[in-house]
Design a protein around this ligand. Structure first.
Ligand SMILES: [Zn+2]
Length: 220
């Protein structure tokens, strides 16, 4: 079974798609994550966080995010941290995983999570950073989600998927026009296994992070 852990719109080519929603509701979406992306924090952030607190309770809201820290974003970094900490608190209160967007701020990210005594699983989405960063995040026990960068020849993502260990990764399409099946194929190729093995592994990883079996989800 194909699981797409992070997509911005339904593509309907996976058995389970976790659709990233932001400030809009889409009742046709079965499973979603919800959060304030560090690019989209503005003067309304207090209202937006209120909105998040409501939506986060919903059964279909499986994860909090994408949220995180981005040094390239024009949004004031201190404000980003403040908003991110609220996400961490909400996720921990509800025991839902965090889906993280992080650009050039991994130290700050780890500090924020540790200072707030984070206990929920952390998924770094769209990972395409160097080995060193992969190792540090791996030591923290975080999960990685890989997308289009896996397709790049000798990309950081393609290296990282081989080093982080099979229990720690997911696959995604993000906002790209791409079939998740193709990403699975590529992951299998890099790991030297066929893509059915990748599917089984990600089902296992999904179960341990989200506490339910994706097959059951499908039958509901
Ligand atoms: Zn995204």
């Amino acid at each position: 079974m194909f699981i797409n852990i992070h997509t911005h719109s339904q593509i309907f080519d996976a058995h389970l798609e976790l659709v990233n929603l932001f400030l809009e509701r889409n009742d046709r979406v079965k499973y979603y994550s919800y959060g304030l992306h560090p690019w989209h924090i503005d003067g309304n952030y207090k209202d937006d966080l209120e909105h998040l607190r409501e939506i986060a309770h919903e059964k279909g809201c499986l994860a909090i995010g994408e949220c995180g820290l981005d040094k390239v974003s024009k949004v004031d970094f201190e404000l980003q941290e403040k908003v991110f900490v609220e996400h961490v608190k909400i996720a921990n209160r509800l025991k839902k995983p965090l889906i993280i967007h992080c650009v050039k701020a991994f130290n700050e990210l780890i500090n924020c999570l540790n200072h707030n005594n984070n206990q929920v699983p952390v998924i770094i989405h769209g990972f395409n950073n160097n080995d060193n960063i992969a190792r540090v995040l791996n030591n923290e026990g975080y999960y990685f989600s890989f997308g289009k960068d896996l397709l790049g020849y000798e990309s950081n993502a393609a290296k990282a998927i081989k080093t982080i260990g099979r229990k720690r990764f997911f696959l995604e399409t993000d906002d790209k026009d791409l079939s998740i099946k193709y990403v699975y194929l590529k992951a299998g190729e890099l790991l030297g296994v066929n893509d059915e093995i990748v599917q089984l592994q990600i089902e296992e990883n999904f179960k341990s992070v989200f506490n339910f079996a994706p097959k059951m989800a499908n039958q509901k």
